[in-house]
Write a protein that binds this ligand. Structure first.
Ligand code: IMP
Ligand code: ZN
Length: 352
């Protein structure tokens, strides 16, 4: 069996996937076509929304792409369809457990943030019935939207965490958005309150160099998982002190290879900070970030990783197992998931 086929067969866990950034070309094309029927404006071609193999954009340009996608997602029917498409695509890529994240959005006269969240949750419930996948949701705080918006997102997360129908689906908060905007230290009171309410925290940290901010957030001890963490390890532009906190709290890192290389925060896959963390024997989780925008899939990310760092099949299996412990689930649910992953891995290696 060739390496990519093996990566496709692996029972995978995706812990860092932004809903809007995960839209495939097919979904973006559907959206563009339906929009063209309603308005006569110059819309981009779907190829301009995704970044092809070998192509790169700056982080700023990536955030412009999110702006275009958000413009296309302006009604509940679309929210439902894109969520369903994204879950089906992860399921077809043999992802067994998916933590999706999304920023609550409203459009005047069309949808409130609550409508948006409920539509996403409803689509998750529907897709879990027909696909062999467990899906959970993190609500995203966008660091460029300011502190009031963050409090509002926390309020919504609290509400849905105890909701009669959806309470098992919301497992935490993500903090994301353009890392050049705002300062995460201002958001610490929101994060403290979130933890008190039992919400887990996955935070984009050190996506660009910013030692003071990263240190302030890490020192709080509130973080459960780190997104990217590109400039944390001393060998990739971070410091011993940052490394100390990540190791002290044993914080798993959600690593997104294509995303980092395509946005230019990491030069080449071979230079990715994943290598330093593996040497430290520190838990890392391979993730896609935005599989649509970066034209990738979780299997392809595993494949890239295996080729760049010469990983054996056993080491790839280990990556799947490590991810279980990093999920935002109860110990009981983790045990069930671990069992499922182990069983699937057995049949995966048996075919081989
Ligand atoms: P959404 O929250 O479902 O609309 O997904 C898109 C949003 O995710 C973007 O507008 C950003 O706020 C966030 N996002 C996606 N990729 C990244 C990233 O690499 N760094 C920081 N934020 C990101
Ligand atoms: Zn991200």
């Amino acid at each position: 069996m060739d390496l990519l086929t093996y990566c496709k067969r692996l029972p995978k866990i995706e812990l860092h996937a932004h809903l809007t950034g995960s839209l495939s070309d097919e979904t973006v094309l559907k959206l563009l076509n339906s929009k063209l029927k309603c308005v006569h404006v110059n819309l981009p071609k779907s190829a301009e929304v995704t970044i092809r193999r070998g192509h790169r954009r700056t982080l700023e340009e990536c955030f412009q792409i999110f702006g275009i996608l958000h413009y296309l997602i302006d009604n509940l029917e679309t929210v439902k369809n894109i969520t369903r498409d994204v879950i089906q695509e992860f399921a077809s890529d043999n992802v067994k457990y998916l933590e999706l994240r999304t920023t609550p959005k409203s459009v005047p006269n069309k949808m409130t943030k609550k409508d948006y969240i409920e539509t996403v949750l409803e689509a998750i419930l529907q897709e879990m019935k027909t696909n062999c996948i467990t899906v959970r949701l993190l609500l995203s705080i966008d660091r460029s939207r300011g502190i009031d918006d963050a409090w509002n997102t926390l309020q919504l997360a609290k509400e849905y965490k105890t909701h009669e129908i959806y309470k098992n689906l919301i497992c935490g908060l993500d903090v994301s958005g353009n890392p050049a905007c705002g300062n995460l230290t201002n958001y610490i009171p929101v994060l403290e309150e979130a933890k008190k309410c039992g919400l887990k925290l996955a935070i984009h940290l050190a996506e660009i160099p910013n030692e003071a901010e990263t240190l302030a957030v890490l020192r709080t001890g509130l973080v459960d998982r780190i997104g990217h963490g590109t400039f944390i390890h001393p060998s990739s532009g971070g410091s011993q002190e940052l490394l100390y906190y990540v190791q002290h709290y044993h914080l798993p890192l959600e690593l997104c290879l294509s995303s980092n290389v395509k946005c230019g925060t990491v030069k080449n896959i071979e230079d990715h900070h994943l290598a330093h963390w593996r040497k430290e024997n520190h838990p890392v989780i391979i993730c896609t970030d935005d599989k649509g925008v970066f034209s990738t899939s979780l299997s392809e990310e595993f494949h890239l990783c295996a080729e760049a760092f010469n990983l054996s099949q056993n080491e790839l299996n280990e990556l799947c197992i490590t991810a279980v412990e990093a999920t935002f689930q109860s110990q009981h649910e983790k045990q069930k998931l671990a069992q499922l992953i182990q069983n699937e891995l057995k049949s995966c290696t048996a075919i081989n």
